[in-house]
Structures are given as structure tokens and as C-alpha cells.
Design a protein around this ligand. Structure first.
Ligand code: NAP
Length: 283
């Protein structure tokens, strides 16, 4: 029996158990995937779960908000992806060492390539937000030769600058100064943008009537709009972009990809993506 799970808080709407049940069934392995809600300040709870991996009681854990960074001091080592991003979403034991890995970045990139199978004429991206998911997205884009501009609210300019500084080695001159997520700042640069990624929680259940796109700002004429939010599948932002004639993608593809990559890390088996998509689309 393979025992896996997810640490985070809150976890009431998590789709991960369904995704992994489908993966276990598809590859014919006997396994279970539990939710482990751990409150933001519960360091003892976090430590207890990591110890269970060290003891072999659990074969691996996913980690989500708010522990993607706070769990790092409890680990022995990070994979190069996790090290560069500064956040982990997958824990596993290797040679008696507890390792932190990040499958968000490759999961995002792999799904982005599916969303735009013909590729992009120019690789200029605008990423909204500067939190944990933005770090993974920016890292993935820089590794895929994109030029990246971050658009953030005023209170996050320092955080965005720190994100840029930490990725300077991968970025070279392809990282531009962060701008404010406001129509006046964005309108002069928006036309050259070919990809817009929402890495803020704006539009996520239960506050579904909001969009991160500033009022009155025109969309570029030709761009892909990728919303990391997957609940609801069709956010206000996606609806606006589609109404402007743009190609869109929701975060459900990335969710499936990052889960598949974590599953592969733990079991060595590649689960079929179709079965996992079907599992999360079931009512
Ligand atoms: P996070 O670490 O809390 O970061 C969110 C970012 O958005 C922060 O920069 C935050 O600023 C900013 N933000 C929040 N409210 C804002 C507002 N009203 N206006 C402008 N900026 C705002 O969260 P995260 O882990 O990056 O997750 C972000 C979203 O991505 C969530 O909806 C999450 O579910 C989704 N996600 C999806 C996947 C997937 O597989 N599809 C994977 C990871 C994350 P402050 O720091 O100032 O609050």
C-alpha cells in the first residue's frame, strides 16, 4: 500500500484525493491519498508529518498554501527546481534524506505548451502577482526563454523586486521592472504581450465576481490568457479575455500536470492525464 497525502490549510475544496485515486486506479497500484489540514502556525503538526515520511509511514506528501516555504527548514535537501523557486510542493525520501521538490513550474510549462500547440510568435509575458505560484510560473517562463514583466499591487512592489533579484541568474536581460497592476501603467506595454498569466487568487471561489484585469484596459490583440485559478473553471478574467477574442486556458491543466509529476516522483509510474481530467470533471 502506498500512502500519500497533502498538507495545507484550508483543504476543504481540494481536488487532489480525486486526482490521485484516478492515478492509482489507472496504473494498477494499491494506494491512498489523505488530506492533512495543518493550520498556518502549527509548526509541530508540520514537523510530525515530515517525520512520518522519514519513518516510512508515508511515501510522500504534497504541500500547498500556506506551507510551501515554511516546510523548507524541516527538509534535508531541495531539488534544483525547488531551490531556484524557493518553494516546494512535493516531499519524498531518497537515500534516507527528506527532499523537497517543485512540480508547479514544469506542470505549468507543460500545460502552457498544450494550450498553445503552435507555439508563440514572440515570447513576451505579463505575470499578475508575486506570490508562491508566480515564482514557479516566472521560473518556468525564464527557462523557456520568455521575457517576463510582473504586474503587482502597490504593496507588493518590493516582493516583486525580491522575486526578480532571486532569479537574476536565470533571467539575464529578460526580466523587466515590475509595474503596477493598473490600467495607466499597463496600457503602454500591453500590445507587445503574447501571454498573460493570472497568478493572484482574484476570481477564485467564493469571490467569483472579480477579475485581476484593470477596468478600462484593452487586451492585446493576439495573446493567450492563462488563469491559474481553477475553481471556477471559467473565471471572470477568462470570460473577459474570451469576449475579447483571445485564446484562454484555466488552471485545471496545470493542476493535473503538477499532480501527475508528483505521482511519478513517488511511484515511478506515469499516470494517464485523460483519466485524471475525467476524475476532476466528475460532479
Ligand atoms: P500567494 O502566495 O498568496 O500569492 C498570491 C499573490 O497575489 C500575492 O502576490 C498577493 O499579494 C497577490 N494578490 C492577492 N490579492 C490580490 C489583489 N486583490 N490584487 C492584486 N494582487 C493580489 O498564493 P499562490 O500560492 O501564489 O496562489 C495564487 C493562485 O494560484 C491561487 O488562486 C491558487 O489556487 C492558484 N494556484 C493554482 C495552481 C494550479 O495548479 N492551477 C497551482 C498553484 C497555485 P499579497 O502578497 O500582497 O497578498
Amino acid at each position: 500500500m502506498i500512502r500519500l497525502g497533502l498538507i495545507g490549510y484550508p483543504l476543504s475544496h481540494s481536488l487532489s484525493p480525486r486526482l490521485h485515486a484516478a492515478a492509482f486506479a489507472a496504473v494498477g497500484l494499491d494506494g491512498e491519498y489523505h488530506l492533512y489540514p495543518v493550520a498556518p502556525d502549527d509548526n509541530a503538526g508540520l514537523a510530525q508529518l515530515t517525520t512520518r515520511i522519514r519513518k516510512g509511514e508515508l511515501q510522500g506528501l504534497n504541500v500547498t498554501i500556506p506551507h510551501k516555504q515554511t516546510v523548507i527548514p524541516l527538509l534535508d535537501d531541495l531539488t534544483p527546481f525547488a531551490q531556484a523557486i524557493g518553494a516546494v510542493n512535493t516531499l519524498f525520501l531518497k537515500d534516507n534524506k527528506l527532499i523537497g521538490h517543485n512540480t508547479d513550474a514544469p506542470g505549468f510549462l507543460s500545460d502552457l505548451h498544450k494550450a498553445a500547440p503552435k507555439g508563440f510568435s514572440e515570447k513576451k509575458a505579463l505575470v499578475l502577482g508575486a506570490g508562491g505560484a508566480a515564482r514557479a510560473v516566472v521560473y518556468a517562463l525564464l527557462r523557456d526563454d520568455w521575457g517576463v514583466t510582473l504586474a503587482v499591487r502597490r504593496a507588493d512592489v518590493e516582493q516583486a523586486a525580491a522575486l526578480m533579484a532571486s532569479m537574476k541568474r536565470d533571467a539575464g536581460d529578460r526580466f523587466h521592472h515590475p509595474v503596477l497592476l493598473e490600467a495607466g501603467e499597463l496600457s503602454p506595454l500591453v500590445d507587445g504581450i503574447r501571454l498573460i498569466v493570472n497568478a493572484t487568487p482574484i476570481g477564485m471561489f467564493p469571490v467569483v465576481g472579480n477579475s485581476p484585469w484593470p477596468d478600462g484596459l484593452l487586451f492585446p490583440r493576439c495573446a493567450v490568457v492563462y488563469d491559474l485559478v481553477y475553481n471556477p473553471r471559467e473565471t471572470m478574467f477568462i470570460q473577459q479575455a474570451r469576449a475579447a477574442g483571445l485564446h484562454t486556458a484555466s488552471g485545471i491543466g496545470m493542476l493535473v500536470e503538477q499532480a501527475s509529476l508528483s505521482f511519478e516522483t513517488w511511484t515511478g509510474r506515469v499516470p494517464p492525464r485523460d483519466g485524471m481530467f475525467a476524475a476532476v470533471e466528475e460532479k
